[in-house]
Each structure stands twice: as C-alpha cells, then as structure tokens.
Design a protein around this ligand. Sequence first.
Ligand code: FAD
Length: 243
Amino acid sequence: MKETPVKSRNIKSQLALSIVVVGAGLGGLATAIALASSGHSVTVYEQAAKLGEVGAGIQIPSNSTRLLSRLGLDPYLEKYVTEPEVISFRRWESGDVIGLTRLMPDFRNVFDAPYYVIHRADFHTALHRRALDLGVTIKLASRVTEYNPQGPSILLENGTAVSADLIVAADGVKSVARKMVEEPGQKALEQTGFAAYRATVDVAKMKSDPEISWLLERPSLNIWYQAPSSGHPGSIPMISKLY
Ligand SMILES: Cc1cc2nc3c(=O)[nH]c(=O)nc-3n(C[C@H](O)[C@H](O)[C@H](O)COP(=O)(O)OP(=O)(O)OC[C@H]3O[C@@H](n4cnc5c(N)ncnc54)[C@H](O)[C@@H]3O)c2cc1C
C-alpha cells in the first residue's frame, strides 16, 4: 500500500480538548499551531506585554521545514526566508574554504524539504500569524507563577487561576515548570562559561564595503573556524547568514 505523503496528513482529534500553552516563544507557538490544527482549543499565556523583535539570524534545516510545511506555515514564511546555496567552512585567518556543504538543490532532493535562513523575529511573526489564523488565543502580560498538576491549572501573577484539560509548559530556559518534572537531587543547570554574540549588519553598508561585499554575491552561510591552538581566546565559529 502506498503511504500518504506526510505533507498532506491532517489528523483531527476525535476529542477536542481545552489546552493551555505557557510561553509564546518559537516552541510555544509551534506547539499551539500543531494542537489547534488537530482541532483543539488553545490559549497561550505569555509574560511579555508585547511580542517584539528578539534575536538575529536563525537556520531552519530540512527536518524542521518539513514539519513547518505540514503545519501550514509555507505561505506565512515565504516572504521572509532565504535559501542559501551552500555552507562554506572557512579558515579564520585567510577565509579559504576548507569544507563545503551544498544545500541547493541537494537538500531539497535528498530530504524533500528546503533549508532556510531567516531573521528570528520574522520566524516568530509567521508563527504568530498562523496561530491567530487557526483561532489560537494569545494572552499577553500574563506571567504564570505556579502550576498545579492536580487541576491541572496555572496561577497567573494577577491571582487568576486557569484550568484546562492539558497544560503545556513552553516557558524557555528559565522555566518555572521545570522544577515540577525534575527528579529529586537532579543537578541544576550550570553556566558553561561560554558566550555567544550575535549582530545584524545593514546589507547596504556591506555592499558598499569592498572587503566584505563579496559575501552578498550568492545567498550562502559562512562559518569561520579558529583553531583552538591559534593562541586567540575563545574558539569561534563565526557565522554569516544572509536573509
Ligand atoms: C545564539 C543562538 C543561536 C541559535 N540559532 C538557532 C538556529 O539557527 N536554529 C534553531 O533552530 N535554533 C537556534 N537557536 C535555538 C532557538 O533559538 C531556541 O531553541 C528556541 O528559541 C527556544 O524556544 P522556546 O519557545 O523553547 O523558548 P523561548 O524562545 O525562550 O520562549 C519562551 C517564552 O516563554 C515566556 N515565558 C517564560 N516564563 C514564563 C512565565 N512564567 N509565564 C508566561 N510566559 C513565560 C518567555 O517570555 C518566552 O516568550 C539559537 C539559540 C541561540 C541562543
């Protein structure tokens, strides 16, 4: 029997649940979209008063774009995404290419889904719009202070308790919910001592600088590797994403 292509599957739940998702980040919104697509009634509680521009460039590899496509995101993402042709791994001192991964058309051919780069704020906007179009309710300025697994219910900072059939915590790295699922004696998250710095640069300025304008000739990802033995503090890689 021929298998139904994953893209066209649209499984509706036989039982429509009332579901609360805590956190309107990439994870919370994607979860809300998936649940609403299955016919559930979803409300997202987000502590921020406004969903704003956060982050810089983000890669969406083929395993993710395939899922996003299944969630109906294609028309919401198309105006924001860039499909890089290659990933070039470069020697940090000279810029020489020491490794190359061809993305176009190889990734579409092999994985049947594209590899995108996008600004994180645009990705978030696309997810937000798709969620709203599916009827997801998003409540801003709604910080959750407690979870009650017996309810199940959540308590908001303003004292309001909200119960649902299912509560999904997608509240990020500083999760309030995590302590409820941690095993006793589990090691707390540790600071690694590493830091990642990100910046976005105006394309017009890059085009006018002959030293770096070549980066814009083809949509590509560039990663400069620094050898740990080079005597420079911190090992890069430095990544340039064009989106
Ligand atoms: C430098 C860097 C580069 C990255 N690059 C990539 C990449 O190229 N590709 C990729 O796939 N991933 C990348 N990631 C990872 C990706 O950004 C994260 O995995 C993703 O954003 C996590 O989403 P999230 O929804 O779990 O958490 P978050 O985005 O942190 O969202 C959590 C949300 O919950 C809200 N919240 C928290 N606590 C509460 C509360 N008590 N009540 C109500 N709301 C609450 C927060 O305000 C927030 O909106 C990168 C990460 C970093 C740091």
